[in-house]
Ligand binder design. Structure first.
Ligand code: BCR
Ligand code: FE2
Length: 520
């Protein structure tokens, strides 16, 4: 039993009618698209890491109480080149690929110089995002792939670099009520500088903003200089409130010099990404109005953070919640050789630094005595101690442990909020999801034996006035003999099952999802 991470999945492009057991609320109408790796070997070659697998998108369309399922591989240049060559010819984060199988140094150099294959991968297996009116599959390279959200067909390849000087961009943008998107990326050694770039993609529909891709109208909001030219931090998401952006410059760093020679040395990109526990973490707070960093500098100890949960402002503080680790063991845990071998898997799971949901509080001023904790909010144990003029050392409060893949009611993004929905993350085979009340720290849990749920997505009931008035959707892999996989629908308040929607197809474990409501 367990989930077979490295197994190649098949696609089901034609809509499959699913069987609803239980009842779906009438108002629940729309499509949940989810994205994640689904193909791990081509011909005789295999990827090393689960995150490298070729993107397989799937969707559940809910209409008048009926649900249809479909899935399709993302047919990007990476997929097409690999299929044509019948082996993996495009490198991913954890797998360096050599189009010429006789791996001698001479042929490596030739391939490198000739660019006979796509330069960087457009295998976008991380998330689904929206820019303007369009939906894209994304990972974190400069390429994203437009998709048809209804049929899941692959459309144009869009290169961020045509519109912005960035080499990497997150797959977790933020959205405002008007439909504009905000994201950030890293510009490496461009004109002698390495910097982080925050940008806005205006909503479609404003005058002159109908252009496609919407990125044509991108506006750079501001840039944050990197602490070092050749070792930018890796980050996976960022926080946003009405007035601020929160960007965490953590000591998980890309070594650009190592990357430049990785191909010829025969090592993967991931080996150029290193955690430096001896360094500290710098928290950047950027004022959205002035487009400048606030004068106070915020620090905390070395940590690794992928997912921001939410952030809000209160009484002269910015509060933000994240999922934090003590090291980079999450990445190592998802190497496929470890996931395939029972003993190696157990050893990796043991070494896994448990993700903790942590709350940081940043006072907006450093007025106070040296050594004083400047956090004045009564309800939190988080602190920010004045170390010297303009410098605060922050200690977070742990809200809960062993959780990942956070989702909130996105209407509360940037606002004071109470609930977060998460996957329980003790090992790579999670059988539970949880609802955490960040105020009382109470948790409600859904769990079922041999069932592996994905990231829980909250969908708000139209007209709702309470934060948890809605449902949670998660696709569940069911490895109980003779039972099928299903879309699970839970009540947002009680976390009790409303329905299981069974699909007569094998689902795959994925990363993230996006719900498009019918009214959109
Ligand atoms: C660097 C660089 C590059 C490359 C890049 C790449 C290739 C990237 C990719 C990236 C990626 C591709 C990323 C990804 C990420 C991901 C993540 C971060 C994830 C996370 C996950 C998690 C968190 C999980 C969870 C879970 C599950 C899923 C199941 C159950 C259990 C648990 C909960 C644990 C280039 C060449 C452009 C150049 C420049 C620089
Ligand atoms: Fe993510």
């Amino acid at each position: 039993m367990g989930y077979e991470y490295g197994k190649n999945r098949t696609e089901h492009p034609e809509p499959l009618k699913a069987e609803v057991k239980g009842s779906l609320p009438d108002w629940l109408q729309g499509t949940l698209i989810r994205n994640g790796p689904g193909l791990f070997s081509v011909g005789e070659t295999s990827y090393n890491h689960w995150f490298d697998g070729m993107a397989l998108m799937h969707s559940f369309t809910i209409k008048n109480g009926e649900v249809t399922y479909r899935s399709r591989f993302l047919r990007g240049d990476t997929y097409n080149s690999n299929m044509q060559a019948n082996r993996i010819v495009v490198s991913e984060m954890g797998t360096m690929a050599y189009p010429d199988p006789s791996k001698n140094i001479f042929s490596k150099v030739i391939t490198f110089l000739n660019h006979t294959v796509p330069d960087f991968t457009d295998n976008c297996a991380g998330n689904i995002i929206k820019y303007g009116n369009d939906y894209y599959a994304t990972s974190e390279t400069n390429y994203i792939r437009k998709i048809d959200p209804m049929t899941l067909e692959t459309q144009d390849k869009v290169d961020y670099q045509k519109y912005l000087a960035v080499n990497l961009v997150t797959s977790h943008p933020h959205y405002d009520k008007e439909g504009s998107s905000y994201n950030m990326g890293t510009s490496i050694a461009d004109k002698g500088k390495t910097k982080y770039v925050l940008f806005k993609v205006p909503a479609a529909g404003r005058s002159g903003s109908e252009a496609s891709p919407a990125l044509k109208n991108v506006e750079t909001i501001c840039t944050v200089p990197c602490r070092t030219l050749l070792t930018p931090s890796y980050y996976h998401s960022f926080g946003m409130t009405d007035n601020y952006f929160i960007f965490i410059e953590q000591p998980l760093k890309l070594d650009i010099l190592k990357m430049a020679t990785a191909y010829l040395r025969g090592v993967n990109w991931a080996s150029c990404l290193k955690f430096h526990p001896e360094d500290d973490t710098l928290i950047h707070l950027i004022d959205r109005k002035t487009k400048k960093e606030v004068a106070v500098k915020y620090f905390t100890g070395a940590t690794v953070i992928y997912h921001h949960v939410n952030a809000f402002e209160e009484d002269g503080h910015v509060v933000f919640d994240v999922i934090a680790y003590e090291d980079n063991s999450l990445y190592d845990m998802f190497y496929l050789d470890k996931l395939k071998d029972k003993e190696a898997k157990e050893a990796a799971n043991k070494k896994f630094s448990k993700p903790k949901c942590k709350r940081f509080v940043l006072p907006l001023t450093d007025k106070g005595e040296m050594g004083e904790d400047l956090v004045k909010l009564k309800y939190t144990k988080a602190s920010a101690v004045k170390e010297k003029e303009g410098k605060l050392l922050c200690q977070p409060e742990v809200l809960t442990e062993g959780v990942e893949l956070p989702r909130i009611n996105y209407n509360y993004n940037g606002q004071k909020y109470r609930y977060v929905y998460l996957t329980v993350a003790e090992t790579t085979e999670s059988t539970s999801i949880t609802k955490l009340d960040v105020e009382t720290k109470q948790q409600l849990e859904w769990t079922a034996e041999n069932c592996y749920p994905s990231e829980p997505v909250f969908i708000t009931r139209p007209g709702a006035t309470e934060e948890d008035d809605g449902v949670i959707l998660t696709s569940v892999i069911n490895s109980n003999p003779g039972q099928s996989d299903f879309l699970l629908v839970l009540d947002g308040k009680s976390f009790k099952e409303l329905a299981r929607v069974h699909v007569e197809a094998e689902l795959h474990l994925d990363m993230h999802g996006f719900f498009i409501s019918q009214s959109d």
